[in-house]
Design a protein. Structure first.
Length: 316
């Protein structure tokens, strides 16, 4: 299996914001017992889940998490690599690309070898969202459309470009917009884009808000296209958005997903990582976001990179 297809889009998305300094990064302010934790946009899943983790860690350790809203996976791996954050949520495919840094000339010699895994969490479902009356029924219908593929340099953008290319829609075949999820759904409501890619554990707040106020349709990723996507990139898995997840979605919608995971870097002390990991996975009953998926028994499934010693000490 060739990985050039996927790595090319990783670099394309990252390049626009500068691989060495992925744009928009907030300076980590971890000092003393305060640990910087980079999440994602407030309209996605990373941010509320990170605040769940903050409550647990603050209550059960000597540390406090400072949760930052960011552009998510690609921005976050850059921040970890520069040791500006102690922890971050990222997609498992982006973790693999960042650590290995191979498959494209722009990545050679730029592997982010200090990034370490802590735990995988839940499926990050690929939502392809349109207005309820858009008439867009397949990914192929996006040829010639205006599509929001997520924040520039985000994992969402990487996934969107992979999926569009597999469907035969190349750069130049559509008009690309790049914003966070909240802005993307505002654009859909206003008719400024025809479709938007949103990647997150369902229900995603930004999609919920649009469904409740203006109505949505979700474009299916199924059949031969789904099989092709998964054969091109082994980190994609089959997924389904269940009927009733969003207002107006009355039938299950087939799609694909990647995995969300907690990452850190090798410069974080082992005792800190073990304390944070222990707090989270000994208190999963206190998690309210994606609680059905986050469990100590599945926390290493789909882990694509080496574990931090502090996580190894907990999971054994």
């Amino acid at each position: 299996m060739s990985h050039d297809f996927n790595r090319r889009h990783f670099v394309t998305a990252a390049g626009a914001v500068g691989f060495a300094g992925l744009a928009g990064c907030l300076g980590g302010e971890g000092a003393g017992n305060t640990l910087s934790w980079y999440a994602g946009g407030t309209g996605g899943t990373y941010y509320p889940l990170s605040n769940n983790f903050k409550s647990i860690v603050d209550d059960n350790t000597d540390y406090s998490l400072q949760v930052e809203s960011t552009g998510a996976s690609l921005e976050n791996v850059g921040s970890l690599n520069r040791e500006e954050a102690e922890f971050a949520l990222i997609q498992n495919d982006i973790a693999y690309f960042a650590v290995n840094g191979t498959g494209h000339k722009d990545l050679e010699g730029n592997a982010m070898e200090n990034i370490r895994g802590v735990a995988t969490l839940y499926p990050e479902t690929i939502h392809v969202v349109t207005q309820a009356d858009s008439g867009i029924e397949t990914i192929e219908d996006l040829d010639g459309a205006t599509v929001n593929t997520g924040d520039q340099g985000s994992g969402t953008q990487v996934n969107a470009l992979q999926i569009l290319e597999t469907a035969g829609i190349e750069e130049g075949d559509f008009t690309e917009q790049n914003t966070d999820f909240d802005t993307a759904t505002d654009q859909l409501r206003d008719g400024d884009v025809d479709a938007a890619f949103v990647v997150g554990g369902w229900p995603v707040g930004a999609v919920e808000n649009l469904a409740n106020s203006a109505g949505v349709s979700l474009v299916e990723i199924g059949g031969d296209l789904r099989e092709s996507i998964m054969s091109e990139a082994e980190w994609f898995a089959e997924d389904t958005v269940p009927a009733g997840t969003y207002d107006g979605i009355d039938e299950d919608v087939e799609t694909v997903s990647v995995q969300a995971m907690i990452a850190t870097h090798s410069g974080v002390d082992e005792e800190i990582v073990e304390a944070v990991t222990t707090a989270i996975f000994d208190h999963t009953g206190e998690i309210t976001t994606k609680a059905d998926f986050i469990d100590v028994e599945t926390a290493q499934e789909g882990m694509p990179i080496d574990l931090h010693p502090g996580a190894e000490a907990y999971f054994g």
